[in-house]
Structure formats: structure tokens, C-alpha cells
Design a protein around this ligand. Structure first.
Ligand code: ZN
Length: 132
């Protein structure tokens, strides 16, 4: 058997264990303790906590575990526990919003965000996120 073949089987075993294995009580307990500390406990569903706990079990058994999630609470807790996280599009949530200052009265848009009153009709200016 060549090396590539045996590695492929290993990956499949890890994969199937993720799907069928219940997390150990110890890991689940650890996940809940950490999430209580970080303030993420109420954001985590039972399923979320289980996934992190299973990852923790696999990692401590020597498995190469990568958790794929966009959930901020899950990522936060997994990071504290040292579970490997994949790069996801989580940065999208932190994308800086570009605001447009505009007049509700006459719809004029202002590039100067310091403007507060419309110089055309005198209406107090509003802001809205720029739609991309
Ligand atoms: Zn106006």
C-alpha cells in the first residue's frame, strides 16, 4: 500500500468519526465552561457545543481537525480551546460600512459626512449604508 492511499483512508476515518461520534462529557463540559467565561454560552446551541466538543476530542486523540464555521461564538470558543479553524468569509461581517449622507427632502447626496443640514432645502441630513 502506498503512502497516499493510507493517508486517504485515515482522512475518511476521521470524517466518519465526526459524523457518528458523540462528544465526551469532559469535552462538552470544557466547552461550556469556556463559553461561560467568554460570554458565548447563550449564543451556542447544543449542536454548536457538541461540534466543538467532538473537534476537541478528535484533536486530543491526535486528529487533524479543522472546524468550518462562520458563527462568531463557535469560532471564539474554539479558538480559546485551541481547535483549528478554517479561514472562512467571516471577515465579511466586519466589513467597514460606507455611509452616505443624504437629504430626505430633496434626495441630494453629500460626500462631506460632516454636513448636517441640506444646503438646498434646509432639511436635517440622514445617513444610510452605501449599497454595493
Ligand atoms: Zn435637501
Amino acid at each position: 500500500m502506498d503512502e497516499v492511499g493510507s493517508r486517504g483512508i485515515g482522512a475518511q476515518l476521521i470524517h466518519s468519526r465526526v459524523q457518528v461520534t458523540e462528544p465526551s462529557k469532559e469535552s462538552l463540559q470544557k466547552v461550556k465552561q469556556v463559553s461561560a467565561k467568554t460570554g458565548d454560552l447563550k449564543s451556542l446551541s447544543e449542536a454548536d457545543a457538541s461540534i466543538i466538543a467532538v473537534s476537541l476530542d478528535l484533536a486530543s486523540a491526535g486528529g487533524d481537525v479543522t472546524l468550518v464555521t462562520d458563527d462568531f461564538a463557535v469560532r471564539n470558543v474554539a479558538e480559546v480551546l485551541g481547535v483549528g479553524l478554517s479561514e472562512t468569509n467571516v471577515r465579511g461581517e466586519w466589513k467597514q460600512i460606507t455611509w452616505i449622507t443624504y437629504c430626505k427632502g430633496c434626495r441630494k447626496e453629500y460626500s462631506d459626512s460632516k454636513a448636517t443640514v441640506c444646503d438646498v432645502c434646509g432639511t436635517k441630513l440622514s445617513r444610510k449604508p452605501k449599497s454595493s
